[in-house]
Design a protein around this ligand. Structure first.
Ligand code: C2E
Ligand code: MG
Ligand code: MG
Length: 914
């Protein structure tokens, strides 16, 4: 196992080192180390070489560049006169200058006989073809001088680490300036490592200008090798190097020469040995049982230090650079491994765990404190160990924690907690409800659950030992609002919120209950429903709040002033119902209902307003074995019937009502199909000028020949259609059909069409009339629209507006059945009526009664005042016609002149009379 681990680790280390090497990181580190070692080592220069520096000072005082070649000539002569051994020019002479200057320099070279000139090969960017430009000194100079190579190779860290021995230029191998000056005699190819421990900055340097001006000390030069080169910044012959940062090309050549002179041509060697050494140490560590991370790391560090000492020693004593970086990386990774494994890994893990635990503790703490539920934790001694904010609020205690539960929590809660603490862990928690009622505060409902759990902690008595303690966790929630709304909902499901009487559903339940006890005691059940038939008007005139107040007042009278045996319910806004048991024999006795009527029917005073109610009663008894639904339906039928009956106030259900109701329902469904089945037609009744007996028009009257019921009277189906709104369709049909048929008459006569109030309220009557006029092309001025007084029940601005609009179309209005409806005559003047049609009831007894005559006279008088004409309906006898004529009545209608007839018959009748 240990071996396997060791192998795996070794593989990992080798891989890491390999990665470091290929990424170039090892090389960079090696170079850094070499530089450091060079920096520590210190070798003096040989003193064999002197540099004549074309420095900034020389450039300044000569003030010319390139220097005229004669100056180089002069320099050569000077140097020769100083007795120098060799002169190397690291200056570009590859181009000719003035012939005169070139000649002077060439002659000087010849005179000297020991001059070498710079030759170099440049990478050419411009030509791009061969890629190299050879710069050899011009032929003239080379006749008596040697070319020496002066380029230096640059490494991938952009610094100069090596110098060339020589280079092949134009087919001939030429020595480098360094090799030449360093007395090198080997092969003229390849390169050697520069020794940067040589203090090249100590090289003897003499300014060019000093030599030319004769101020230089000749003894400095005697017997020395001289290199002439530029260090002035502006000449840009500078290179980045280790240790010295920047050196001019000539200095690098000088360093190369020094390196060779001192036998220090550096070469890289020993990397493998270093690596093997490091590997051996690591393997040794892995395989031997060395304990303790610090010792291991110490050994690795020691190995590294030893290696470095050896590498430094080697570099110092021999011209060898040892690349130790890979070995160091190996040792370093091994050390990291040791630290992580032996110490760091566990600590890091435990640190991460601690941070996580703290985080979750913080979050849980926050959740605990912010929870909507109140949470209290109790220990076995009944002490509160934790309580959140909601709990503190709920139990109205600032701290809770640390206090005895009995002193601050309701007893019921504490008892539950104690039971939980005493039970085993498997106990299923059961939610319970607790009522909190403090003095002066609202009653509160709290739902709570107690759970038991075990807490493990370090014992306080014996150190290090773990102890398990049971704790009870109380989770409480204030459910007052939910409770109250549930109660409210429950209440609303049973009671009417305005009157607090039972609602319809509750009444049905009550009916079932009462029906059962009626059966048990052989009694009968009576269900009475009454409607406040003017409730809509009360609301319309006084507002909804008055409506509610009236209903409340009614409910209060029902509850307080009537037999407690009656259960009352509010069925809808205007209908109330009461149910009570009565003796079977009292069945026909409606005196109780009379009593109710008296109590409820009295006027009400609501906020100073006196309100009269109009009541209608319908009742049903539980004859035979009928269910609650049936009795409800029956009393409802009775109420519906009494509401339609203007004369009665109380109606008791009779079986015939069921049949009538069924007929109504059937009629209704049949009526909806009447237009499509073409069962409708119009009958026309002549309208007569009483003066001369001529026919000036006809009233169109709807006829329905039902497939199912035969001829149905308009008195039956028109109110039905008004109730369900179908009158809108019927009315529009009558308008269109009437005008279409009237257009076929030979004589241009007036046409009267009956319009129901519902058409005003539910239809866009103006558009309907307009479209019918357009479609039939009937002249609007011949159209009379007959409306009854019931139109004015809901007097509104809209009505007048609509009537005026219709009038502007060209048609006129007749007030139908005048005298049967509401007595107020005031409104007639407010509306644009052209004609009043006096109801047939006034001509009943041949106008025998003085009253009738008086009424007719009054109406005629009234109409005159309002500039309206009068037509009397229902004229059946000649006497009636005569009398009316005498009274000055201009128009009439009735069986005397013609019963309602078909359009063709009417047309024929008119044609005959003419
Ligand atoms: P109304 O508009 O007052 O029509 C006159 C009613 O009196 C007609 O009854 C007509 O047949 C009847 N009548 C006419 N002369 C005499 C008479 O000398 N003696 C007696 N006893 N009756 C006479 P009808 O056709 O049964 O119509 C009943 C009511 O139905 C109409 O009363 C009208 O209010 C309504 N109606 C008829 N057609 C339409 C219609 O197209 N639209 C609307 N909204 N209501 C209509
Ligand atoms: Mg009419
Ligand atoms: Mg009429």
């Amino acid at each position: 196992m240990r071996l396997l681990n060791a192998c795996l680790l070794a593989m990992f280390l080798v891989a890491s080192v390999f990665i470091m090497r290929s990424a170039g990181i090892a090389t960079s580190l090696d170079r850094w180390l070499w530089e450091a070692r060079f920096g520590i080592d210190h070798r003096p220069v040989s003193g064999e070489i002197v540099l004549v520096d074309i420095d900034a000072r020389s450039l300044d005082s000569l003030d010319v560049w390139p220097l005229p070649r004669r100056l180089y000539g002069q320099l050569t002569d000077e140097l020769v006169s100083f007795g120098v051994q060799d002169i190397v020019f690291d200056v570009d002479f590859s181009a000719a200058s003035t012939p005169e200057d070139d000649l002077l320099f060439a002659e000087a070279i010849e005179r000297a006989g020991n001059v070498s000139l710079a030759a170099f090969v440049q990478k050419s960017g411009a030509t791009g073809s061969s890629g190299e430009v050879v710069n050899l000194p011009i032929e003239r100079f080379l006749q008596n001088a040697w070319p020496v190579v002066v380029m230096v190779p640059m490494e991938d860290d952009s610094r100069i680490w090596r110098n060339l021995y020589g280079f092949e230029i134009s087919g001939t191998s030429e020595l480098s300036a360094a090799a030449f000056l360093g007395n090198y005699s080997g092969a003229t190819s390849g390169a050697f490592g520069l020794d940067y421990s040589i203090a090249i900055d100590q090289l003897t340097r003499v300014s060019l200008v000093d030599v030319l001006e004769g101020s230089a000390d000749p003894s400095v030069f005697a017997g020395k090798k001289v290199i002439v080169g530029a260090s002035a910044l502006e000449l840009r012959d500078l290179f980045p190097v280790p240790v010295f940062d920047i050196l001019p090309g000539s200095m690098i050549q000088a360093l190369g020469a020094e390196t060779l002179l001192q036998d220090r041509a550096m070469s890289e060697r020993g990397e493998l040995i270093a690596l093997l050494f490091a590997s051996a140490i690591v393997l040794l560590l892995l395989l031997t049982k060395v304990e303790g991370w610090s010792i291991k790391v110490g050994i690795l560090l020691l190995a590294a230090i030893s290696l470095e000492t050896v590498a430094f020693g080697v570099q110092n004593l021999t011209p060898v650079l040892v690349p130790t970086a890979s070995a160091y990386f190996l040792l370093f990774f091994a050390a990291v491994g040791v630290i992580l494994r032996e110490l760091g890994f566990h600590k890091v893990l435990s640190h991460i765990a601690t941070v996580r635990r703290r985080n979750s503790e913080r979050i849980l703490g926050q959740v605990f404190d912010d929870s909507f539920d109140a949470i209290v934790v109790l220990d076995k001694d009944g002490k509160i160990t934790a309580a959140n904010q909601t709990a503190r609020k709920l139990f109205r205690d600032e701290t809770l924690t640390g206090k005895s539960a009995r002193s601050v929590l309701p007893a019921a809660l504490v008892e539950e907690a104690e039971i939980a603490l005493g039970s085993d862990l498997n106990r299923q928690p059961v939610p319970q409800i607790l009522t909190l009622a403090d003095e002066g505060t609202k009653r509160k409902f709290v739902e709570f659950v107690v759970t038991r759990s075990d807490k493990t902690e370090v014992s306080t008595r014996r150190t290090g030992e773990l102890e398990t303690r049971a704790v009870a966790c109380l989770t409480c929630r204030d459910v007052t609002d939910e409770r109250e709304s549930a109660e409210r909902l429950k209440y609303l499901a049973q009671f009417d919120p305005v009157t607090n009487l039972a609602n319809r559903n509750e009444l049905e339940r009550e009916l079932s209950r009462k029906m059962k006890s009626a059966n048990d005691s052989s009694q009968d059940l009576c269900l009475v429903q009454f409607a406040v038939s003017n409730f809509d008007q009360i609301v319309a005139t006084l507002g909804f709040s008055y409506g509610d107040r009236v209903r409340q007042a009614i409910a209060s009278r029902l509850k307080n002033h009537l037999s407690q045996q009656i259960t009352w319910a509010a069925m809808s806004a205007d209908v109330f119902a009461g149910v009570y048991l009565c003796e079977a024999a009292d069945e026909r006795d409606l005196s109780l209902i009379d009593g109710i009527r008296e109590v409820i029917g009295e006027d009400y005073t609501v906020e100073g307003a006196r309100i009269s109610v109009q009541l209608k009663f319908g009742c049903a008894f539980s004859e035979g074995s009928i269910g609650p639904e049936d009795i409800l339906k029956r009393s409802g039928n009775a109420l519906a019937k009494v509401r339609r009956d203007d004369r009665k106030q109380i109606i008791r259900f009779e079986p015939a009502m069921d049949t009538a109701l069924q007929r109504r329902r059937k009629l209704e469904t049949e009526l909806f199909k009447a237009i499509a089945r073409d069962e409708l037609s119009l009958a026309y009744q002549p309208l007569i000028n009483l003066e001369d007996g001529s026919t000036f028009g006809a009233e169109a009257l709807l006829r329905w020949e039902s497939r199912e019921f035969g001829t149905v009277s308009p008195f039956e189906f028109i109110p039905l259609a008004e109730e369900n709104g179908y009158i809108v369709e019927l009315g529009s049909w009558a308008l269109n059909r009437g005008m279409k048929e009237a257009r076929t008459w030979q004589k241009r006569l007036r046409l009267s069409v009956n319009i129901s109030p519902v058409q005003f309220s539910r239809d866009n009557l103006v558009a309907t009339v307009h479209e019918a006029l357009e479609r039939t092309n009937f002249p609007a001025e011949l159209l009379d629209l007959e409306v009854t007084e019931s139109l004015f029940i809901d007097e509104s601005e809209d009505l007048n507006f609509h009537m005026e609009q219709l009038k502007s179309l060209g048609c006129s209005f007749s007030l139908d059945d005048f005298g049967t409806g509401y007595s107020s005559l005031g409104y007639i003047a407010n509306y644009p009526f052209a004609k009043i049609k006096l109801d047939k009831s006034f001509v009943r007894q041949s106008l025998a009664s003085k009253k009738d005559v008086a009424i007719v006279e009054a109406v005629l008088h009234l109409a005159k005042g309002f500039d309206m004409s009068v037509l009397v309906e229902g004229i059946e006898t000649r006497e009636q016609a005569q009398k009316l004529k005498e009274l000055g009545c201009p128009m009439g209608q009735g069986y005397l002149f013609g019963k309602p007839m078909s359009s063709a018959e009417f047309d024929l009748l008119v044609a005959k009379a003419a």
